[in-house]
Ligand binder design. Structure first.
Ligand SMILES: *[C@@H]1O[C@H](CO)[C@@H](O)[C@H](O)[C@H]1NC(C)=O
Ligand SMILES: *[C@@H]1O[C@H](CO)[C@@H](O)[C@H](O)[C@H]1NC(C)=O
Ligand SMILES: *[C@@H]1O[C@H](CO)[C@@H](O)[C@H](O)[C@H]1NC(C)=O
Length: 281
């Protein structure tokens, strides 16, 4: 399927990076696998885009000013060299997000938006990556939850003009029959209201598409109330805390049509030498 690429995105690729992910540039096969040893040894010619500042990005890890000084947080090595990654354990939680309104503004775009995470999750953890709720309400306006016990990624969202809570579930990759999300995984979810598409990209697996609309005629835009609050890696009441490590947590207030990381080959069936090494949590 050929889609229009936003001018902004093309411009960014060309001007800032001199290439576009998914273009025909020859890419080292080790690109396929984040955390590949070769990648750490050398300075990578193609920096992973979300490690750089992307146009208009909202960087959640910056907004919460996460630091190794926070109880329960340690700095760990992530797939992107020379770029901090954080491991979250209990008792970390309930950290106020300064300027959370920038998150709401980013996902309140009528064309759509993109949410990007690079993370690795503990075993048996029902972890909310991001949740947008009105005060005192458990039912979210928008929420993304990763469950490493069941291996399911769940998206919940509400559309304007409808009271229905929509839910989409996807299976998360399992590595070497270990717990899902035991290895670092790139994830990008794009809600494209103009094309009526939700696109989910996980590492170098083929993109998965869903329709946004729950029924015909509903205006394709997210419903978010003006009193909404942003919860990062937990739900209201400090429930469903995400435990594990994160290197990227960003929201882009526009639709992306390309994967934001490099893949030598889009495949659900990689040769063993290109599979991810497993790191114990
Ligand atoms: C909040 O965001 C606004 C607009 O992006 C910015 O001007 C302001 O400095 C931010 N405040 C803090 C405390 O980061
Ligand atoms: C949605 O809202 C519009 C007005 O904004 C109204 O005309 C329409 O009937 C509503 N649709 C539904 C399904 O409620
Ligand atoms: C979302 O954007 C609309 C304009 O499209 C605005 O009227 C509304 O107040 C915004 N909602 C929030 C929660 O900022």
């Amino acid at each position: 399927m050929e889609r229009k690429r936003p001018r902004l995105w093309l411009l960014t690729c060309l001007v800032l990076f001199g290439f576009c992910p998914g273009s025909l540039d020859a890419v080292n096969p080790s690109e396929n696998e984040i955390g590949h040893p070769q990648q750490r040894q050398q300075d990578h010619p193609n920096p992973k885009l979300p490690a750089s500042e992307m146009p208009l990005e909202v960087d959640i890890l910056k907004l919460i000013k996460v630091s190794h000084k926070d109880p329960g947080v340690s700095v760990v090595e992530g797939p992107i060299g020379k770029y901090p990654a954080y491991k979250f354990r209990l008792p970390y939680g309930n950290v106020p997000m300064i300027n959370a309104s920038t998150v709401i503004e980013a996902i309140n775009k009528s064309n759509g938006f993109t949410v990007v995470f690079l993370f690795r999750q503990q075993k048996n953890n029902l972890g909310t990556l991001i949740s947008i709720n009105s005060p005192g309400r458990l039912t979210p306006w928008f929420q993304l939850t990763s469950n490493s016990k069941t291996g399911i990624l769940s998206l919940k969202y509400r559309l304007r003009n409808s009271t229905k809570l929509n839910q989409k579930d996807w299976e998360l990759p399992r590595h070497h029959r270990k717990s899902p999300m035991a290895a670092w995984t790139w994830m990008a979810l794009t809600m494209d209201f103009q094309e009526d598409l939700i696109r989910l990209d996980l590492d170098c697996s083929p993109s998965k598409f869903e329709s946004v609309l729950s029924r015909k005629g509903a205006p394709p835009k997210l419903a978010i109330s003006n009193d909404a609050l942003v919860y990062f890696r937990q739900e209201p009441g400090r429930k469903k805390k995400f435990l594990g490590s994160m290197q990227v947590a960003k929201i882009l207030p526009y639709v992306t049509h390309e994967r934001l990381w490099n893949c030598y080959e889009i495949s659900s069936n990689l040769a063993p030498e290109y599979r991810k090494p497993i790191t114990d949590n």
